[in-house]
Write a protein that binds this ligand. Sequence first.
Ligand code: NAD
Ligand code: ZN
Length: 340
Amino acid sequence: MELQTNYTRDDYSVIVEHGALRRLDLSVYDKAIVIIDDTVLKLHGERLQLLCSQAHIYPVAAGETLKSLSMYDQVINQIIDNGVTRQSVVIAVGGGSVGDFAGFIAATLLRGVDFIQVPTTILAHDSAIGGKVGINACGGKNLIGAFKRPKAVLYDLDFLYTLPYSEKLSGFGEIIKHAMLEGEEALLALHSDFPDRNSLKSLERIEMWLIRGMRQKLNVVQADEYEAGLRKTLNLGHTLGHAVEFHHHIPHGQAVMHGLIYATILSGRQPDFLLSWFDALELPNIKLSPFDDYHQLMIKDKKNSLEYIQFILLKEHVAVEAVSEERLRAAFQILGGYYE
Ligand code: NAD
Ligand code: ZN
């Protein structure tokens, strides 16, 4: 399956298939710099042999510690020391952390070189498209970054089968978000395909949902690349989600699942359906900290003014609303009641 952006220039294709990596064409570049998740390199060495033989390999340990200024400093200087030109390409092979990190390197190296994404997690069906790249600051997630369109996204589904369940679940969090944005019908259909842990573990029927999520994200980012309006809706579940991820050090998409429950409560809806579904999927419980711990982080989130925090709410349509601290606190209390 091949999806295509529809900008006026710098379009890119998103290829989603088993063996997509074989479509990589490096003939136009004088040097390929591959920033790769070392776990993926270990697990899929054979699949990556051809690529490794044509490129300079920089294995990195995935995760939030990768998305730091110190790792950026270390890796970009190694790349510069080893020689790079404007005709070089940076290729990210890994999940969202590697994609965000390598993309930020590509955006800033020599003021920008070409960038190709080879996502290897379910979550990265979301993070590999849309062009947001970046690293974390001490005070919060993704606060240092850029917009950088990839030249291509090669989503090779053969990578996904080695993911541990907790990462499948994390990626599924973003699929749920996309389905919630699409509407009730999509959410129910997703639930019936993946009602519990076993169905998700097998990944049967996942391909259709990955493509559906990517298509939806592409439509939104094409209409509003720089997040003036519509793109903000993709932050559904993320305002509290980022705070939970940062505070509890849990996988991104799992934190978003907690954020989706909170956004549902804040929208004045019953969260019971999501709560029992997430139980069946075995989303690990978290012990909530006091509201202020999350509130501090939410205020720092780049989307907010000081008095109100912008939230994506599920009203008749998906809406962006500035929500007062009082309302946030009240909804958090209700959430706490469910989490006891
Ligand atoms: P990740 O890159 O940290 O990968 C998660 C774990 O899976 C790591 O331990 C990694 O080593 C392992 N892994 C990766 N591929 C594997 C494979 N094929 N088999 C076995 N293990 C594998 O995390 P992620 O969940 O992919 O991405 C999360 C990151 O994405 C967060 O930093 C988040 O902020 C970012 N994100 C960015 C955007 C965006 O638009 N740029 C959107 C959503 C999320
Ligand atoms: Zn996300």
